[in-house]
Design a protein around this ligand. Structure first.
Ligand code: DSN
Length: 431
């Protein structure tokens, strides 16, 4: 690369990822094939519209790319219709609101500070300003309280019930949520961005066929490039006639919401990279990876619990842990900083009923997808837990944190994950 300034920054970020433990649960490491597609000439091409119906010439190959991505997604998730053009998760959710609601309609989602997402109705997000947002919370135990959600839904009669989270360590009961949506006449949107890789890997129940629309990003547990999928059963109808907001019309409404509703030209390089990732996710090894993510998270949870860490809900069913750090006399921000100094990247996070503000919350959120991609298994999770505990215990001791950081493990990447990582010992004498 001739741009030395950018080349250097890319190199520095690559080394940062290589030498540390990436434990932000929404992150992962993509394959060399995914990156090759992302960095391809496909990025040069305009192709507004959908395959076979474009506003530009020269689309024969990008049409084939998009068809392949759609077909692979349909087969992998077992769904009739997939739109692969949303630029990422937030635009995907925005498209669903645009498709199914009018401004001012009531929508209901899990509050961000209880594990939800900005696009699920946060007051300062489009979803909370353009729509009448009613927010539900978890129960005191950190679990979704389906009875309370049902009561709130019946009282407010939302047009759209949004389910999904960024910091929820348990499985969803999709059928209960369907029943709640049916009870109040709402469309049900399942945002499975965090758990999509677990869903296709057989580690979490799928909402396909239960929710009206399913959205997901493609770069979290699914291990693809940044991007998103919007999925629904049924098929899009012919264009140019008025489309009522009925369940049967959802595929058409979604496609029209993306373009011309919200977006311009699709990112064809991203679509190709999504197609590659979907192919990878259809391989038998992906099921092992998905199972290992959960085993690793549960092992980490067990070890940290034994060390007195307070896990929200007491454990995990999926890829992430949400930890209330209050009893360790450390804030989420302090914990994030101490772990960062020791080479472990996590993020501070609110916990349910957090008495502290969102920018300085009580908890941290961490997960196992990226470490699992790097080949770590349960026994190594014990060491990671010890490493985390050491960093928290010695958080005031910059020298010890530096020792931890400089001994950061260079775990091997399997050969298909391009990189030069080699396995080294975790053991470190803290003196
Ligand atoms: N930023 C993502 C996460 O970290 O969970 C959600 O969009």
């Amino acid at each position: 690369m001739k741009d030395v300034a950018i080349a250097k920054l890319i190199e520095q970020e690559t080394v940062r990822q290589r030498d540390g433990l990436e434990m932000i649960p929404s992150e992962n490491h993509t394959s060399g094939d995914v990156m090759a597609a992302l960095g391809s000439r496909l990025t040069d091409k305009y192709s507004e519209g959908y395959p076979g119906m474009r506003y530009y010439g020269g689309c024969e190959y990008v049409d084939a790319v998009e068809n392949l991505a759609r077909d692979r997604a349909k087969a992998l998730f077992g769904v009739d219709h997939v739109n692969v053009q949303a630029y990422s998760g937030s635009p995907a959710n925005q498209a669903v609101y645009f498709a199914l609601c009018d401004p001012g309609d009531t929508v209901m989602g899990l509050a961000l500070y209880y594990g939800g997402h900005m696009t699920h109705g946060l007051k300062v997000n489009f979803s909370g300003t353009l729509y009448n947002s009613v927010q539900y919370q978890t129960g005191k135990d950190g679990y979704l309280d389906y009875e309370a959600i049902g009561t709130l839904a019946m009282a407010n009669k939302p047009k759209l019930l949004v389910v999904g989270a960024t910091a929820y360590p348990r499985v969803y009961d999709w059928q209960k949520l369907r029943d709640i949506a049916d009870g109040c006449g709402a469309f049900l949107l399942a945002d499975i961005s965090h758990i999509a890789g677990l869903v296709v890997g057989g580690q979490h129940p799928s909402p396909i066929g239960i929710a009206d629309v399913v959205t997901t990003t493609t770069h979290k547990t699914l291990r693809g490039p940044r991007g998103a999928l919007i999925m629904a059963n049924g098929n899009p109808s012919t264009p140019l006639k008025k489309v009522e907001r009925t369940r049967e019309n959802i595929p058409t409404l979604i496609d029209r919401a993306i373009i011309p509703g919200l977006q311009g030209g699709p990112h064809n390089h991203q679509t190709a990279a999504i197609a590659v990732a979907l192919h990878e996710a259809s391989q038998p090894a992906f099921k092992d990876y998905a199972a290992q993510i959960v085993k690793n998270a549960q092992r980490l949870a067990t070890r940290l619990d034994a060390k007195g860490y307070q896990l929200v809900t007491g454990g995990t069913d999926n890829h992430l842990l949400l930890i209330d750090m209050t009893n360790k006399d450390v804030t989420g921000k302090e914990a994030e900083n101490a772990l960062g100094a020791a080479g472990i990247t996590v993020n501070k996070n609110t916990v349910p009923f957090d008495p502290r503000p969102p920018f300085d919350p009580s908890g941290i959120r961490l997960g196992t997808p990226a470490l699992t991609t790097r080949g770590l298994k349960e026994s190594e999770m014990d060491l990671v837990a010890d490493w985390i505990d050491a960093a928290i215990t010695h958080r005031g001791d910059a020298k010890k944190l530096q020792m931890l950081q400089s001994a950061a493990p260079h775990f091997h990447l399997e050969s298909r994950w391009q990189g030069t990582f080699t396995r080294a010992s975790f053991e470190i004498d803290l003196g």
